[in-house]
Design a protein around this ligand. Structure first.
Ligand SMILES: Cc1cc2nc3c(=O)[nH]c(=O)nc-3n(C[C@H](O)[C@H](O)[C@H](O)COP(=O)(O)OP(=O)(O)OC[C@H]3O[C@@H](n4cnc5c(N)ncnc54)[C@H](O)[C@@H]3O)c2cc1C
Length: 492
């Protein structure tokens, strides 16, 4: 490539109107979120020439960060799930081993403790199953053996076995095991919110993955937030010689004879690649080949679940106001309703998170922060005019904060002792704009491609639509796609 083409790389075509700039790599990775980075680092580690292309200017995808109101804010981080101490068997330490990252590089600090809040019962849980088990024994003494059976079933279930069909819906199965409807619904509530792409249910494989991630393992976060994790991953990738093109997405994939041979980027340039791993979503990726997408076998639209999240900062530490939970999963009736609402937001259920409430071992954040997440109607948010959209954001933020205060101990009273210093809200429209996920689908399509395979033999899906969710799940999903489809067996 001559200098003229090099300098034209950001524009795709050089000024003399000759052929578009063309790059070549072994594997093209679409998306610089957690799963794309996981796949790319793993491949670069084995000497592969990897190129990540990301359509936005910031890395991290759904778990990115941004600057607003003089603050560095996480897009979505409540907690990193799957937290276990160094040396304990589990997905987190597998991730460290596979990416040759030292656990201390992530600087994870454990949660203080979380809670499931229903009108007639409160179940506390911490890292490891012990606290939840004792809470179940206290509140549902006649069901403790059933709860222990459920734990054993989860421990023995190989949810990652992609050689068999998906396990099927979990809700009825969990009810049958626990035999107490309230207990079953309470156990399901956090798992729906942290990873179900299906309305009112969750696949049993996914249930087991999340049960392990939330209850058997637990929550942690770095003091700095997700920036730390993204930085460690990017540094690793750079040190291995990996290349990255930001603010330049894939416009279309180019295929020939059942294989993908390359991609045309937003700037008109072409990338030729032997393999492509995409974290953009299954339907989103297939649409880059011109396929019609987002429908089931009968042509019905596949619903996507999306959220509104409101964050409020205040000039006090949450614990000084009597709020010492790390995360509260709440529901306002005895049965969980987990579906797309007809209103802009459904505050009947949701998640409240205090990023301050981790054991940071000394340092304190400058101000308190409360994040509230609730199910949202993508259609309502996208149909709104710009003025309506802003009004909806304000009114939903008020409702969500009001709801959170009604759940928290002495909520409204506590807030009178402090002052709100900053607020921000993001909606399904924000999620769609910044990740390209159809329908603002936080957990992607309800139909998962667990082995990552697509109709094209060298095009693979990683991350959300492969069924690997959350930070740890997404990174591991990327790693497993690199291992099983691109690297040969003797290398891994
Ligand atoms: C509100 C919210 C709260 C969350 N809270 C947590 C939490 O507390 N803990 C946790 O572990 N997880 C949480 N998650 C989930 C977590 O963020 C995701 O499961 C995970 O980050 C998904 O990673 P991914 O790489 O699969 O996908 P994504 O993060 O969606 O990455 C895909 C990337 O591909 C890019 N892309 C799309 N199309 C193209 C294209 N055509 N060309 C180039 N690039 C493209 C996108 O811009 C994006 O950067 C939360 C998510 C949300 C929305």
């Amino acid at each position: 490539m001559n200098d003229e083409h090099e300098s034209a790389a950001s524009g795709g075509h050089c000024s003399c109107e000759c052929a578009p700039v063309e790059r070549r790599c072994d594997t093209l990775v679409i998306g610089c979120g957690m799963s794309g980075l996981g796949a790319a680092i793993r491949l670069a580690m084995y000497g592969r020439k990897v190129l990540i292309v990301e359509k936005h200017n910031a890395p991290g995808g759904l778990n990115g960060f941004y600057y607003k109101g003089g603050r560095k804010l996480d897009v979505g981080l409540h907690a990193m799930t799957n937290f276990v101490r160094a040396g304990v068997k589990g997905p987190l330490n597998k991730l460290f081993r596979q990416l040759r990252i030292k656990p201390e590089e992530f600087a994870l600090c454990p949660q203080l403790g979380s809670r499931i809040s229903f009108p007639d019962a409160q179940l506390r849980f911490g890292n490891g199953i012990a606290l939840l088990e004792s809470e179940v024994e206290r509140l549902f003494p006649s069901r403790i053996d059933d709860f222990r059976s459920l734990v054993r079933i989860v421990e023995e279930h190989d949810a990652l076995d992609t050689s068999r069909p998906q396990a099927g819906p979990a809700r009825a199965r969990v009810h049958a095991i626990l035999k107490d409807p309230l207990l079953a619904e309470m156990i399901l509530c956090p798992l729906f919110f942290y990873g179900s792409a299906s309305e009112d249910d969750i696949d049993f494989d996914q249930f087991c993955i999340l049960f392990r991630a939330l209850y058997l393992e637990g929550f942690a976060r770095p003091f700095e937030g997700v920036r730390r994790i993204v930085r460690v991953l990017l540094d690793k990738y750079r040190a291995l010689g990996g290349e990255r093109l930001m603010k330049c997405g894939v416009r279309r994939l180019i295929s020939a004879a059942g294989r993908v041979v390359g991609a045309e980027l937003d700037d008109g340039s072409i990338v030729r690649a032997d393999n492509v791993i995409s974290s953009a979503g299954a339907d989103e990726t297939l649409s880059m080949l011109g396929n019609s997408v987002g429908v089931d076998e009968k042509g019905r639209a596949l619903p996507r679940l999306s959220f509104v999240e409101h964050m409020a900062c205040f000039d006090a530490q949450p614990r000084d106001l009597g709020w010492d939970d790390t995360i509260v999963f709440f529901n306002s009736s005895s049965r969980m309703n987990y579906r797309r609402p007809s209103e802009a937001v459904d505050t009947q259920s949701g998640v409240i998170c205090f990023p301050n409430n981790y054991d940071f071992g000394g340092p304190r954040m400058n101000e308190g922060m409360l994040r509230v997440t609730a199910l949202a109607s993508y259609d309502k948010w996208t149909a709104a005019s710009p003025d309506e959209y802003e009004r909806m954001k304000e009114s939903c933020a008020e409702r969500m904060l009001g709801k959170a205060l009604s759940i928290l101990p002495n909520g409204a009273g506590a807030l009178k002792r402090t002052a709100l210093t900053f607020r921000d809200t993001f909606t399904p429209r924000t999620i769609e704009k910044f990740t390209g996920h159809i329908g603002g689908g936080v957990y992607g399509s309800p139909r998962k491609l667990r082995d990552g395979r697509t109709p094209l033999e060298n095009l693979f899906i990683c991350g959300t639509d492969q069924g690997f969710l959350g930070i740890v799940g997404a990174i591991l999903g990327g790693i497993s796609m690199a291992n099983s489809h691109v690297l040969s067996r003797h290398q891994v």
